[in-house]
Ligand binder design. Structure first.
Ligand SMILES: [Zn+2]
Length: 166
């Protein structure tokens, strides 16, 4: 098997960071979360939002994504955030991200290795998603953006955002 290239082969595989690619309810929460992180002195950067099928398959082939085409990024239901200055190499940023994501009702990938019964078996510190891992297949079964939006908003309604910014 050929060794997969380290950089995206072409534009179809490129990372996309436009918040408009997120489902509306998730976008609202991610943008509020970014504001909350900035307010406490963090320097968050939205690294990846939506994901093309080509990129999803390619990341799966490199081992950088365990879900490949099943990634919630492909459904607009996940976002990856990193430290704008230090990328993946600031552990304190990810501790803050995990805490704030939880406060905003989102599921953080950084503690996924802590509960094999309900979690992925690897951790993914930049990753936040709209619903917990056991609900992923329900979300994947929604066939349109409208039904996906309804699915995540039904779940997140029970997990309101903080009444005042953190
Ligand atoms: Zn992710």
């Amino acid at each position: 098997m050929a060794t997969p290239p380290r950089t995206a082969p072409d534009a179809r595989h490129a990372v996309q960071s436009d918040p408009k690619l997120l489902l509306p309810t998730l976008r609202i929460r991610v943008e509020a979360m970014i504001a909350a992180l900035r307010a406490e002195g963090q320097n968050p950067k939205l690294f990846e939002t939506g994901r093309s099928p080509e990129r999803a398959v390619w990341l799966g082939s490199t081992g950088k994504s365990r879900n490949g085409i099943g990634s919630l990024h492909c459904l607009g239901a996940a976002a990856d955030l990193v430290d704008a200055a230090h990328g993946w190499s600031n552990p304190a940023f990810f501790v803050a991200l995990g805490r704030v994501a939880q406060a905003y009702g989102l599921t953080w990938g950084g503690d996924w290795d802590s509960n094999p019964a309900t979690d992925q078996t690897f951790d993914d510190r930049p990753h936040v998603q709209a619903v917990p891992v056991p609900m992923q297949n329900g979300l994947r079964a929604c066939k349109t953006a409208e039904t996906r939006e309804r699915f995540i908003s039904d779940y997140l309604r029970a997990h309101p955002m903080p009444a005042v910014p953190l």
